[in-house]
Design a protein around this ligand. Structure first.
Ligand SMILES: *Cc1c(COP(=O)(O)O)cnc(C)c1O
Length: 394
């Protein structure tokens, strides 16, 4: 079975993890260079990075504007930094936050806007710049966990705003096994973040071999033939403990969110930085292939091909995503229901929010989006298309 996600990890990455030749500082330098930014500061998770960034920027008690259609952990980090989340609906016809509504949500107490280039579709930097110019008290933070170096009309999204957040776990477009990163061109902020991090995080207690084994095991589990078995086990609910990443009712962090990454992660991260361009090029090629190959099957629901998009996910919109996922699974293709929740509709957030919404566009996305495997090679992409065409003919 072809899984919906798989890291771009080969045997050389696993050897790099075991050898652990690079320091976390090496990884930070390589990452900053890849993102063309002056500073990069490493963390164990993207959410830990965000939490400490919000602390460094003194945002506690302030309102933080963020998309309703995003990974729930971003909202968790807002709440746990003692700031107040203000959710904004998605733009009609797209996936990113509606920037007119974001601007309308700004008050005197707004501390920041978290601008997310979801699925790798670049946020409109021209409109964001105009908002920032009209509201100079509002800090722009880029959430690049899906986009990495996506570009809006040739301008890399991560370079816009005060700082950018990245997540680097194995479900992301590039990975350091575990990890998160902040990039910024602001030297003072970078120093403050390092101090805060060194003060708050526990050192990694070694465990290089354990992390290398995890990486090897995860990569193997996501190889198509092995994955068929893993998937069967997962469908029985036997590994829910490991694969479910949120609970409707809780706003929390993983137990190890304050344990810093070590040399195994750093060494994989350095290699992935060197591979970054190839990873993106392949995703763009596969996205273009899907777009063309599915033109007649899915004339309405295909996302536009956007110059500068990095395709952390290739998503289509269909009427019955659940049915399609089931039918594709029968044909050996795992499709995903990525972000099938609207964060402010979740129990924990309903209890916490003041009057908000409506979130009609986000709910429409929740009820229609399916993500196709985008990590694949051309031959596997052809199998995916064949399966979808077949289902469509039934
Ligand atoms: C994954 C993700 C994050 C945070 O990354 P973690 O490392 O999982 O904490 C932030 N934003 C978005 C949109 C993400 O998908």
């Amino acid at each position: 079975m072809i899984p919906r996600l798989r890291p771009a990890i080969g045997p050389a990455d696993i050897i790099a993890a075991v050898r652990a030749e690079n320091s976390v500082e090496d990884f930070e330098r390589a990452f900053a260079a890849t993102m063309e930014q002056a500073h990069a500061v490493a963390f164990p998770y993207g959410r830990t990075a965000q939490l400490l960034l919000m602390e460094a920027l003194d945002l506690s008690g302030r309102e933080i504007i963020l998309p309703a259609y995003t990974c729930v952990v971003v909202a968790h980090a807002v709440v746990l930094s003692e700031a107040k989340p203000v959710f904004v609906d998605s733009e009609a016809g797209g996936f990113n936050m509606d920037l007119d509504q974001a601007e309308a949500a700004i008050t005197e107490n707004t501390g920041a806007i978290i601008a997310t280039s979801i699925h790798g579709y670049p946020v409109d930097l021209d409109r964001l710049d105009a908002i920032a110019a009209r509201h100079p008290h509002v800090i722009i933070i880029q959430d690049c966990a899906h986009s990495f170096a996506a570009e809006w009309k040739g301008r890399p999204v991560q370079k816009n705003g005060r700082a950018a957040i990245f997540g680097l776990n194995i479900s992301k477009l590039m990975t350091s096994i575990f990890g998160g990163m902040i990039t910024t061109d602001d030297a003072e902020l970078a120093t403050k973040l390092r101090d805060l991090r060194d003060h708050r995080l526990e050192a990694n207690g070694g465990g290089v071999f354990k992390r290398a084994v995890y990486l090897a095991a995860a990569t193997t589990a996501l190889a198509p033939p092995v994955f068929s078995i893993v998937k069967r086990i997962a469908d029985l609910g036997l590994i829910d403990r490991f694969v479910r990443y949120y609970d409707e009712t809780l706003i929390d962090m993983p137990a190890d969110y304050l344990v810093q990454i070590g040399r195994a992660e750093a060494s994989v991260g350095v290699r992935q930085c060197a591979e970054y361009r190839n990873i993106i090029d392949r995703r763009r090629r596969i996205a273009a292939f899907y777009d063309e190959a599915l033109a007649d099957v899915c004339p309405e629901g295909r996302p536009p091909l956007v110059d500068g998009a990095t395709y952390s996910h290739y998503v289509v919109r269909v009427d019955d995503p659940g049915d399609l996922v089931k039918a594709a699974a029968k044909r050996g293709i795992e499709l995903g229901r990525l972000i099938d929740y609207c964060v402010p509709d979740m129990k924990a957030y309903r209890e916490l929010a003041s009057t908000q919404g409506p979130f009609d566009e986000t709910r429409r996305l929740n009820a229609s989006v399916v993500n196709l495997p985008i990590w694949v090679d051309q031959r596997q992409a052809e199998r995916v298309v064949k399966a979808i065409r077949h289902i469509n003919e039934l």
